[in-house]
Design a protein around this ligand. Sequence first.
Ligand code: HEC
Ligand code: HEC
Length: 275
Amino acid sequence: MGAAALSIRDSAAADRARGQYLVEALGACDNCHTPRGSGGYDYAARFSGGSQTFSGNGYAVRGSNISPDKETGVGGWSDEALGAAIVAGVGRDGQLAPVMPSDSYRALTKDDLDAIISFLRAAAPVRTQPAQPPQRHGEWAPHPLPGAEAPFDDAALSNKIKRGLYVASIARCLSCHSGEKDDAPDHVSRLGAGGKIFRTPGGVAVASNISAHQEKGLGAWSSEEIARAITQGVSRNGDPLKPPMSTLAKAHFAKMSTEDLDALVAYLRTIPPKE
Ligand code: HEC
Ligand code: HEC
């Protein structure tokens, strides 16, 4: 094989590795698209659809089969159609319910979106029962994180704070940790203020204030304490955090690179203090 062919193969492998990182450490796609067994994700059926049904104002949907099965998954979709679903929430029959966090993925650089698509395409096709038609009525206004409404370019990622914003967007930190107005995150006046309530089989949890407020937020935490909460799911005093944070921390954010984690912590410190 010639050097050119080899380097194409190397770059395809590098793409898939980057895609795997984005899917696992930041995007947490398995969280909604891979079924769970008693021991966690059922990786033998990876990306074949999530176990939980999400109901909200105007919809009742399940994370779809995004494995490459041609009939019951997305194997027959073009790259353009997959990209539009991921970053613009365009589904096969209209706008996807807002549970699919496309708003958070709008920031993806072109290369990163391509990398995610090539990683998904390399997964094993899993055939499932055809999904129930999704129930959706209405339209949902987008709520991207300010500054992350459009694709980033590679240059932005070498700026530490911008890189941290990129990581926070794709990892959906502020979609959960901002105060809500009309059932949607209020990224303007309640950015990072916390207060959203989560009911999971593990109990009820209230999203914490992660703004830079000295008493109510993370203002007085050391960077190591913040990084530990994100990657190990423990609070400042070492107490375990509840799901969904603990699950995301252990199954996903624990895989974050040091560079991304440092950038994320630096960005969090720029979130103006909220009561
Ligand atoms: C918080 C849950 C959640 C996360 C995280 C999530 N998704 Fe989704 N996704 C959904 C739901 C629910 C749907 C179906 C929405 C509907 O039918 O209206 C969906 C739909 C999709 C679709 C359209 C498929 C189809 O058949 O219509 C694609 C493609 C997709 N997601 C890819 C991804 C990728 C890639 C990631 C990670 C980068 C991801 N999703 C993360 C919940 C999620
Ligand atoms: C699906 C929603 C969700 C996502 C996504 C999420 N969190 Fe959380 N997070 C929570 C909840 C709920 C809690 C409170 C857990 C508890 O009370 O035990 C929490 C707790 C925390 C804490 C501990 C605060 C304290 O006072 O103990 C930190 C720090 C934190 N999250 C940061 C982040 C960061 C940074 C991200 C993105 C990388 C993130 N979270 C993503 C829901 C989420």
